[in-house]
Design a protein around this ligand. Sequence first.
Ligand code: MOS
Length: 732
Amino acid sequence: MDFNAPAGTNLFDTAKVVGKATPRVDGPLKVTGTAPYAYERHDVTEGQLVGYPVLATIAEGRITGMAVEAAKAAPGVVDVITALDVGEMPKPSELNAAPLFGGARIAHYHQAIGVVVADSFEQARAAAALVQVDYDAEEGNYDLETVWARVREDRSDPVSRVGDFETAFKAAAVQLDAEYRTPPHSHAMMEPPATIARWEDGKLHIWTSNQMIEWARAALAKTFGLDEEDVVATSPYIGGGFGAKLMLRADAILAAQAARRLGRPVKVAMPRPMVMNNTSNRAATIQRIRIGAGTDGRITAIAHEAISYTQPGGSGENATAQTQSFYAGENRLIVNHLAEMQLPEANAMRAPGEASGLMALEIAMDEMAEKLGMDPVEFRAVNDTQVDPEDPSKPYSDRHFVECLREGAAAFGWDSRNTSPGGMRDGQWLIGHGMAGAYRGGPAMASGARLRLQPSGRLIVETAMTDIGTGSYTILAQTAAECLGLEVADVEVRLGDSRFPASAGSGGQWGAASSTAGVYAAAVTLRAEIAQRLGVNQPDALTFEGGQVVSGDNTTALSAVAAEGEIVAEDSISFGDFRSEHVVSTFAAHFVELAVHAGTGEIRLRRMLAACDAGRILNPTTARSQVIGGMVMGVGAAMMEDLAIDTGRGFFPAHDLAGYEVPVHMDIPAQEVIFLDTADAVSTPLKAKGVGELGLCGVAAAIANAVYNATGVRVRSYPMTLDKYISDLPEV
Ligand code: MOS
């Protein structure tokens, strides 16, 4: 099915199942520990050996030798495979910035350089410690500040320029010029990367933990010189990804290399201490924002200039993305520097770009509102736009940002806050309120599905879509049920296998919108097949309800239609060019109340509220979970997450979740999520958009702005740890 014009009125506008709060269909499996994750697939193939990775301990240089005899002689060891043995391997994908394995060249600290394979995990781990590696180390550059100092005034290659920023900024009645800093972040997903690999007759099957089945299959085929048909990737349950599992990682390459060499299945997990440096991270950013406005609060000039780091060939963290289109303003300048550095691979992490960019932009907006003497909600509303400000001929498909601001403010009780910083107390606590706007793109990707109507009347959905903890199983069951007049309980959803029709996968918050549209496309095909069997020319003349299909005066049970044997229908959705004639995005307003201890500076969140405009909400329960999860991640970004760099040696010293702190339940207050009831006809036939990354966007700035409101101290560097503000707190 080609989606090449805005959706008209359709069955989703009168939905009975889609859009209704529905508990996760995979919930019982999760809470009983019976949803199998990659490393636990003991049942799928016999005789599994265990591989333990050996990682580089320099950041840049070459391996000159690897002594593996002692490891090979250790108890239980079957073999040791080194990067020197396998030699240079092709990069799995253009999307992988750093090499994963193979050859003498070291591109970053903790690059995989070997795998010790043994009968047990303990034997492999003990033997891995016996591998001796000699290096020819080189000096690398690991300090973003030095590069920034050099390129800060370089505007020779802007991302975009509209009007004359410099002149307009100079002429503006009110001006802001400030710098903001965000540190590197680690995805820190609960389930580390893990893979079981098996070769049979030259064909490779991996059971792994991956957000993008099709990308994984293509990357393995490329790496091992196989036809894609000879690779199977299976990943039905995923313990979080946040972008870290978009691309193939070293666990899959090591397992597949070892399994091929040994002719036996091999499983490899990246132990937690290896995750921070071996996998990928969100790059640190330094951002300069300049905003000029008239006394009426209208922005006349806006410039966002940023820098982040990357391995050669990577794209870093584009913190300027949202500033190109979020707020109005005639004169605009966007510059995004990319510093090639030899740090572990910077790559996509939840809301890549916007998450970091809004951490800065939305403090800047707060600072401007204060300079203007305007309410921060009002200032944002005044600068709303319904067209792309870089290209006013391009409209937003559906934008209700102002309603997010208004409804959020009303529900939060924004008007009753204290507007003079440091002026509200509750005993020893300084009370603050802050808000921020949020913006995240609403992409869609081609996505397919296969539906199998059973003689029992039940329906099976098969698609290579993934569920990374997001609720895909549930919303796809809802979509299929809606289209065939069934209940969710009548539908079984099977995901995460490359033998199923190729799907959008989970990334860039495109998964829900795209994969439900793919199931809809397959359902339309199935309904046509059912119509044909009933001798009805017009499938649209059929009504599907209560497990039956109604045609005029005739009612037939779906089980009767399929009585002769299952009916299989397959199709996919593809998105036409018309979509890119619009800006398709999602919006939110975040509100935070917190307390800062007047003596110790401790920050305690008291409540958080998000008002979201993300098209049709397919399932308010799972969508809310996505948003509050994003908000928790925003608390981490605001207050604790810091994958600090050792700028001398070029690595991240944090090797665990004690060194890399993320929020725990005690850190999180009451969270409220409001969804505007919107429908974006340009986005998909279901008029839905993503919401999973939107929940993170803007949160950290709302917290920073609340800290300012509480204390009068403006912190422009994340995370807002005590050292950055305690000496500036008001006198007790
Ligand atoms: Mo997302 S960073 O594309 O998983």
